[in-house]
Structures are given as structure tokens and as C-alpha cells.
Design a protein around this ligand. Structure first.
Ligand code: ZN
Length: 472
């Protein structure tokens, strides 16, 4: 953990500790004594005390002897400015859990939303809602290239017309004017994967005009990871803006060790004057949808209905399965069905924690890679699941972690300490909610959740239950 602490501290992005003249009225509200102070300027830590009045640091000195309402002896623990997490999915939970406990308790005081090419479009209404929300954390957002492309031409594999490209430029410009910190891309995902690099660069140039940066979930983090890093650098270099490799990792046993090459490319670019940075989560597993990870991009074009149609066509199904087998064997699957673990299936919560090998067995099949691919196809047909993929080496992880341009990000969301479901009282006004019977229990779901299940029949007449976050 010591190594991790040092890296986190070395990559602090904000400076909140500012020495303030010492002549002050007493007493202080809080005195933090005997800390190791890391002030965020990049200078080495030093021992000292910090006195706080209200929400302001009133004094920093080797020893502060004046009284304070509350004194905490830190016993040499680190005091640092709040951390920034540059890659989060905060918008899914901030309105539920505005206290952002799981971030604040780890010292993260600023989070960035809109990663992976996905953000609200337009951004302004979302930012206005955030502004109006009393919350414990600062939130900024990127404007998502994938969301913009989807809004303008749909999730299809084709180039935009000149007019459509112009419309995308305008939406990026609007996002930047609304307050975006830059352009995010998710070239791995649909529809980002259908975007040629030149098109991204055109949009990056717009973000650059407004001082924005580019943040990428790269096109490939497995066999083409080196090419993807080159592409991310090119977007920054030709777009004229800082560029960022998100959650940098090397997926797939056959690709392990390639962080040597990716980091060399990044070092060379930085020497050329390209502002390339990296973030990383310190785990040897990644998490995304089973479909996104184990289906080829062509099979995902056009949305869920199209995916289901292809799975019903025997020859297309066979083609998808062949690709799935390859992806389990050489890429996200980590070469073994046991390495793919289900995090969550909205249509059957009992599958959480089971591996693809378990699902194959549950369906009466031996846990071979072929049968695991079949199980993956079945999971997607049923409604899709979020997966955890154990396919990263500790050695690459540590190499990336040691790089001076690496910061920590978690790709996480706000969690409520206890999510509960309660039955609505007869007297309570029933919210407009959707019901579907794909889940084991009949429950109210969001329209989007319902739309994922094959037995979806829209019904908004009554609610049995509502989900809520119990923060107590
Ligand atoms: Zn991502």
C-alpha cells in the first residue's frame, strides 16, 4: 500500500493547502497535530500541524500550541489536499447519494463524469441539476463523443456526412460552452468503435479551442493496445490538446508485458511536447458489460433489437460465438471461463458472483471455452450482465503504477450504504414506473432496465415497490 500512497500523493492535481498569515483570532475549530503534510505542490512531505477555522486552513506550522475546540493527533499520518478522480460514473448515483460517502471517506473531493465517450447531451440541464443539489463533492464533466455521435447519426457503422460532422462539432462546442472540461471518447464501445481517428481529431480541435482536454477509453486494450496508445497520442497531438489514457491496462495473457512499449510511446510523446497522462485502477481485473467485452463490434451495431436478431440467425450466431471463443481465450476472458465473473444481471440477481464456467454448468454443459461462449450469448439474450474480467498481470499493473504520468482513478460510482426496496403503502401516490416479469421477483424497474428483458411488456399502471437508498 505504501507504494500506492506515494503515487497517489505524487499525482495530486489540486492545491488546497495555502499558508495564511498567522495573526488570527483564537481559538481554532480544529487542530491537526503531528501530521506528515503533502501540500500538493510536488515538494516532499514535511512534519507539521494544521489549524482550521470554519472551512479554511488558518495556519500551517511545525508546531501549533494555541488552543482549538477539537484536537486530533495524527501520529504521523499523511495530510493531503483532496484527491481528484478523473474517471467516474458519478452521475448514476449522485442524486441518490449526494453525500458521496464512498469517495469522501477515501479523501476524494472532486470527481469527473462523462468518461468513455458517454455523457448527457446537452450537458447544461445535467449541470444545472447538479448545481441545485446540496452535495459533499465537486463534480465536473466531459462531453462524450459517443453520445454525440449516437444523437446525430445513431449507433451505426458509417462515416458522417459533412453536414452531420458539422452538427457534431456544434454539439461539442455547446458542451464546452456549457462547462465541459473536454472531450471524452470510448472508442472501444458502440458507437465510438465506428469512429475513424480523423473524425475524433476534428472534434478534439473544437474542444481544444475552449481549453479542453481529451480523455480516452481506448479502442483496444488487448492485442492492439500499442496501436491504441498511438491513436490516443495522435488525437492529442493533431487535435492540439492534452490527451489522456484512461484506466491503462494490458488485457490478455498473450499481450502481457506490452506496457513496456505503451509507456515508451507515452514518454516519447511527452518529450515531443504532447501532454499525455494516464490513469489506472490498481486491480488485475476490469469490469464492463458481458456484451461489450465478449461480442465483436459488428454484432453490436444498431442496438439491442439488432443484437437479438443476429443471435436468432444460426449462421450469424455461429460467427458471434467464434469471436466470443477468441475473446475468452485470448483477451478479456483471460484464457479460462473461471476468469469471467458476473457482477450483476438485472434480470436475475442470483447470478451475481458466478463465473461463466458456473453458468455453463448451470445450463448442463461442461465448462469448456466453447460452452462458456455459448453461456455468454445466452446471458446477453436474457438481458445482459455486468462482468468482471480477470485478465491483467500484476507486473504490468505495477509498471504503469510507477510511471510519473499515472494518477489513480476508479471508474466507480456512488454507492449508497444500504439500498432497499419497500412496498408502497396504499395511500401513497404511485410513481410512474415500469413493470416487467423478467426478474425472479416481480418488481418495478426503470423503463431502461425493463427494455433489456425479452419479456418486456410496457405497463405503467401501478407500482408494487420502489427502490430507495437508506443512508442511515
Ligand atoms: Zn472506461
Amino acid at each position: 500500500m505504501r507504494k500506492l500512497t506515494v503515487v497517489v500523493v505524487a499525482t495530486l492535481l489540486i492545491l488546497a493547502l495555502t499558508a495564511i498569515p498567522t495573526a488570527q483570532i483564537q481559538p481554532y475549530d480544529l487542530l491537526l497535530r503531528n501530521g506528515r503534510i503533502v501540500d500538493g505542490t510536488g515538494s516532499p512531505w514535511y512534519r507539521g500541524d494544521i489549524a482550521i477555522r470554519g472551512d479554511t486552513i488558518a495556519r500551517i506550522a511545525p508546531t501549533i500550541t494555541e488552543p482549538a475546540a477539537r484536537v486530533i493527533d495524527l501520529g504521523g499520518q499523511v495530510i493531503a489536499p483532496g484527491f481528484i478522480d478523473i474517471h467516474t460514473h458519478a452521475r448514476r448515483g449522485i442524486f441518490d447519494v449526494p453525500t458521496a460517502d464512498n469517495y469522501i471517506r477515501q479523501g476524494v473531493t472532486t470527481v469527473m463524469e462523462g468518461p468513455d465517450g458517454s455523457s448527457p447531451v446537452p450537458l447544461a440541464p445535467f449541470l444545472a441539476r447538479l448545481d441545485a443539489l446540496p452535495k459533499s463533492i465537486n463534480i465536473g464533466s466531459f462531453i462524450g463523443q459517443g453520445s454525440i455521435r449516437s444523437a446525430v447519426i445513431g449507433d451505426v457503422d458509417r462515416k458522417p456526412t459533412a453536414k452531420e460532422l458539422d452538427k457534431m462539432r456544434t454539439l461539442v462546442e455547446q458542451g464546452m460552452k456549457d462547462g465541459a472540461f473536454g472531450l471524452s471518447t470510448g472508442l472501444f464501445y458502440v458507437p465510438g468503435t465506428f469512429t475513424p481517428t480523423a473524425e475524433v481529431i476534428e472534434l478534439a480541435k473544437v474542444a481544444a479551442r475552449y481549453g479542453g482536454m481529451h480523455e480516452s477509453h481506448m479502442r483496444d486494450e488487448a492485442s492492439s493496445v500499442v496501436e491504441s496508445v498511438k491513436e490516443t497520442i495522435a488525437i492529442g497531438e493533431q487535435g492540439g490538446l492534452p490527451t489522456h489514457v484512461s484506466h491503462h491496462k494490458i488485457i490478455g495473457v498473450g499481450n502481457w508485458g506490452r506496457s513496456v512499449d505503451t509507456l515508451r510511446l507515452i514518454d516519447e510523446a511527452r518529450v515531443r511536447g504532447v501532454d499525455v497522462t494516464i490513469d489506472q485502477y490498481p486491480y488485475t481485473a476490469s469490469s464492463t458489460g458481458i456484451q461489450a467485452a465478449l461480442f465483436p463490434a459488428w454484432a453490436q451495431e444498431g442496438g439491442r433489437e439488432q443484437v437479438l436478431k443476429r443471435l436468432k440467425d444460426p449462421s450469424l450466431r455461429a460467427k458471434i460465438k467464434t469471436e466470443s471463443v477468441r475473446l475468452i481465450r485470448n483477451e478479456r476472458g483471460g484464457g479460462d471461463p473461471k476468469n469471467v465473473v458476473i457482477a450483476r444481471c438485472e434480470w436475475d440477481t442470483s447470478l451475481a458472483g458466478k463465473s461463466l464456467a458456473d453458468v455453463a454448468r448451470l445450463r448442463g454443459m461442461d465448462p469448456t471455452i466453447e460452452n462458456a461462449a455459448e453461456a455468454a450469448l445466452w446471458l446477453v439474450e436474457q438481458g445482459g450482465c455486468q462482468g468482471i474480467f480477470h485478465a491483467i498481470s500484476e507486473e504490468d499493473l505495477e509498471r504503469i503504477l510507477r510511471h510519473p504520468a499515472t494518477m489513480i482513478a476508479r471508474t466507480a460510482r456512488f454507492r449508497c450504504s444500504g439500498r432497499r426496496t419497500r412496498t408502497l403503502a396504499a395511500t401513497e401516490p404511485s410513481p410512474v414506473c415500469w413493470q416487467c416479469t423478467c426478474a425472479r421477483r416481480r418488481q418495478s424497474h426503470s423503463k431502461k432496465q425493463c427494455a433489456r428483458c425479452p419479456a418486456f411488456r410496457p405497463s405503467v399502471s401501478a407500482c408494487w415497490t420502489v427502490d430507495y437508498c437508506d443512508r442511515a
